[in-house]
Design a protein around this ligand. Structure first.
Ligand code: 2BA
Length: 107
């Protein structure tokens, strides 16, 4: 069994979770914050059998868009990065981690 942990944009999260659920996957959604932009995003957890991992990732890929986001200068000073100009970064589609699950039980 694997745990697919995906960080997606807030705006894409409802569509991603809706379509995963529609396909029969069990989903947990966490409200998270990106360390760089310090903006809210959504982390989606899906526990699945190994052979379903690609299906889950393909669904997440299908419903997650990439976006360009502009940072005002002051927001990035604390991380050691500093610029006097606004910075444009591409965010997403989704950042996915696939983890091995040692044990799974519903008690
Ligand atoms: P944030 O940390 O807010 O990062 C937003 C976007 O800013 C990133 O988009 C990337 O394009 C850029 N970025 C991040 N750190 C940077 C840096 N040190 N220098 C220059 N640009 C940087 P994505 O790569 O699509 O990541 C979207 C969100 O996914 C991230 O939000 C973070 O919450 C999560 N994430 C991405 N990679 C991760 C990782 N290796 N470990 C944990 N979380 C990760």
């Amino acid at each position: 069994m694997k745990m697919v942990m995906s960080i997606v944009n807030h705006d894409d999260a409802p569509t991603v979770t809706h379509n995963l659920t529609k396909e029969g996957f069990q989903v947990t959604k966490l409200a998270t914050t990106g360390g760089f932009l310090k903006a809210g995003n959504t982390t989606i957890l899906v526990g699945v059998d190994d052979e379903k991992v690609e299906t889950v990732i393909n669904l997440i890929k299908k419903y997650s868009r990439s976006r360009s986001q502009v940072l005002p200068t002051a927001e990035i000073g604390s991380g050691g990065v500093y610029s006097s100009m606004p910075i444009e970064v591409m965010v997403g589609g989704a950042t996915c981690f696939v983890l091995n699950v040692e044990r799974f039980e519903k008690v």
